[in-house]
Design a protein around this ligand. Structure first.
Ligand SMILES: C[S@@+](CC[C@H](N)C(=O)[O-])C[C@H]1O[C@@H](n2cnc3c(N)ncnc32)[C@H](O)[C@@H]1O
Length: 276
């Protein structure tokens, strides 16, 4: 994480309490906090920063087999290298590489406005990097995930690309940011496996500024019997595929307003803003 993140990071248990960096931290010349400790002024909890990543979660086992796979270092290594760049093409049945997906996400999130931008359940930080490249005004991108190997890989990719992105370990249902503090939040393909989707959506709503945006890519229930059969098997591992109207109802129940939506077979992009 970078010193810039200190303007935004709060305690997951006390989301209005800004975390303070304790003395003795190892800070690189570019402002990367390599090692140190963050303290919550409300509860006194101390959270470690190691390898440049703040861990606001501590010992927390994954909730499902799907989540467990993301805790495995080979998954984190292979995720973007082998799967992610082909994923939407395979799932949508049309050419849909990152060169098509990322401008869509950046267009929805509008990072050119600057401010705090959060990639929720970021994996290797594909969206975080695109959003950081799209910053047009002072701002900072923070990637949040609960799986340490994913965060380590995300940090390595960002550093290789020369991008200042802070990576933080936390859960989607307890984001470490104050209410209304983010100009934009993105979440790509993660609502399906997050476990408690309504709670995660409520967090997106809480953290989003009143003039902010939420850019979401989700997978919905397949239309074909074969697609549904495959989704039923994946469901055993803890991945859920709601029907599109169910997804939109969940979004509305969280207090988010659907502004635009694009569907490509099971792949759905949603632009959301606070309000009903
Ligand atoms: C399908 S991948 C996300 C992909 C990424 N957003 C992208 O577009 O490449 C799902 C990610 O969500 C993370 N995840 C799952 N449940 C989570 C939770 N409850 N809190 C935080 N991260 C979670 C997993 O560790 C995994 O990295």
């Amino acid at each position: 994480m970078y010193l810039d993140a200190l303007d935004h990071l709060t305690c997951p248990r006390h989301p209005e309490a800004r975390l303070a960096l304790l003395a003795g931290a190892r800070i690189a010349r570019d402002g990367a906090v390599e090692r140190g400790r963050l303290r919550c002024p409300a509860c006194g909890r101390v959270y470690p920063i190691a390898g440049g990543i703040a861990d606001l979660l501590g010992p927390a086992p994954p909730d499902s087999p799907a989540q467990l796979t993301n805790y495995l270092p080979p998954t984190a290594w292979a995720y973007e290298r082998l799967w992610r760049r082909h994923a939407l093409t395979l799932l949508s049945g049309e050419p849909f590489g990152p060169e098509r997906e990322l401008p869509l996400v950046v267009g929805m999130a509008a990072p050119a406005r600057g401010g705090l931008i959060v990639d929720v359940a970021c994996s290797n930080g594909l969206y975080a990097r695109a959003l950081a490249q799209g910053l047009g005004a002072p701002g900072h991108v923070v990637g949040v995930d609960h799986a340490p190997p994913m965060l380590r890989q995300a940090r390595a990719y960002a550093r290789r690309a020369g991008l200042r992105i802070s990576y933080v370990r936390a859960r989607a249902r307890a984001l470490p940011f104050a209410a209304g503090s983010a100009a934009a939040l993105a979440m790509g393909g993660s609502l399906n496996e997050i476990g408690d989707a309504p709670a995660a959506l409520a967090e997106l709503r809480r953290v989003c500024a009143c003039d902010g945006r939420v850019a979401m890519m989700s997978l919905v229930r397949a239309a074909t019997p074969a697609g549904r059969a495959l989704q039923a098997v994946l469901g055993l591992g803890g991945i859920a595929f709601p029907p599109l109207d169910g997804l939109n109802r969940m979004v509305a129940a969280a207090g988010l307003r659907l502004r635009a939506e694009w569907r490509h077979r099971v792949v759905v992009f949603s632009l959301l803003t606070p309000g009903r």
